[in-house]
Design a protein around this ligand. Structure first.
Ligand code: DC
Length: 228
C-alpha cells in the first residue's frame, strides 16, 4: 500500500449523479450508517474554484489552475472538506462557486492534479465517495456503484427549498437554467464526463423521498455483503 495512494483493499461505494440529485446527502447517510469515511469530491472542485476566485485568477488559465489544485492542502477531517492556510473566500456552496467549479472541472490537467488526493481517501474500514466520475474514473473497481438521478425540475425545486431554508431567495427559473447549463457542461466535456458507469445501479429519485432512496441503497449494500 502506497502511503498516499490509499488502501486498494478498502471497499468503496460510489454515488455519482448530476447536481442536486441528493448524492452528497445519500453518501453522508450511507457513510454514517456503515461508519465509513465520506469523500465529497465536488467539494474539492469547489474549494479550488473558490481559491481561484479569491485570488482573482482567470478561469481560463488551465496551467495555473492545475498548479493551484496541486498545491492546496485539502483537509478531510471535518464534515465539510476545507483547505489549510486559506483565507475565508466565497462560500463554496454558493451558485457562482458551483458554476466556476463546473467550468474548471472540464480541464484534464486540473482533474489529474486532484486524482491521487481522492484515491488517498480510500482507507479502512471503507469509503463512500460521491461526485461525477467516482465509478467511471477514480474508483473503477468499487464493489457498489450507484448513479442517482432526478429530473431537472425536481432538482431545481429541492435546491430552491434549501436556499429558502437558509433565508436566500433565488428565482426558480434562474435555478432551473443554472441546472440545465451545469448538466450540459458536466455531461458534454471530454474529460471524465458525467455518465453512469457500465456496472452502476441507476436510482431515479424524481418520485422518491430521501428515506426511500436510502432504503434502496442500503438494500444494495446488504445484497453485496458490504455491511459485514
Ligand atoms: O457535486 P457538486 O455540485 O458539489 O460539484 C461541483 C462541480 O464540480 C460540478 O459541477 C462538476 C465538478 N465535479 C466533477 O467534475 N467531478 C466530480 N467528481 C465532482 C464534481
Amino acid at each position: 500500500m502506497a502511503p498516499d495512494g490509499g488502501d486498494p483493499a478498502a471497499p468503496v461505494i460510489c454515488v455519482d449523479g448530476p447536481g442536486g440529485s441528493g448524492k452528497s446527502t445519500l453518501a453522508a447517510l450511507l457513510a454514517d450508517s456503515l461508519q465509513w469515511r465520506h469523500l465529497d469530491s465536488g467539494a474539492l472542485y469547489r474549494l479550488v474554484a473558490a481559491a481561484a476566485l479569491e485570488r482573482g485568477m482567470s478561469l481560463e488559465d488551465r496551467e495555473a489552475l492545475a498548479g493551484l489544485a496541486a498545491r492546496l492542502d485539502f483537509r478531510f477531517e471535518d464534515a465539510d472538506p476545507a483547505v489549510s492556510g486559506e483565507a475565508p473566500g466565497p462560500d463554496i456552496r454558493s451558485e457562482p462557486v458551483g458554476a466556476a467549479a463546473s467550468t474548471i472541472a472540464a480541464y484534464p490537467e486540473l482533474r489529474s492534479a486532484i486524482l491521487s488526493r481522492q484515491r488517498a481517501a480510500r482507507r479502512p474500514p471503507g469509503l463512500v465517495a460521491d461526485g461525477r466520475d467516482m465509478g467511471t474514473v477514480v474508483f473503477p473497481d468499487a464493489p457498489l456503484k450507484i448513479y442517482l438521478d432526478a429530473n431537472p425540475e425536481v432538482r431545481a425545486e429541492r435546491r430552491n427549498k434549501q436556499l429558502k431554508n437558509k433565508g436566500l431567495n433565488v428565482s426558480f427559473r434562474a435555478l432551473l437554467v443554472g441546472i440545465h447549463e451545469r448538466d450540459a457542461r458536466d455531461r458534454e466535456r471530454a474529460a471524465a464526463p458525467l455518465k453512469p458507469a457500465g456496472d452502476a445501479v441507476v436510482i431515479d429519485s424524481t418520485a422518491m423521498n430521501l428515506d426511500e432512496v436510502l432504503g434502496q441503497a442500503l438494500a444494495l449494500v446488504r445484497e453485496r455483503g458490504l455491511d459485514r
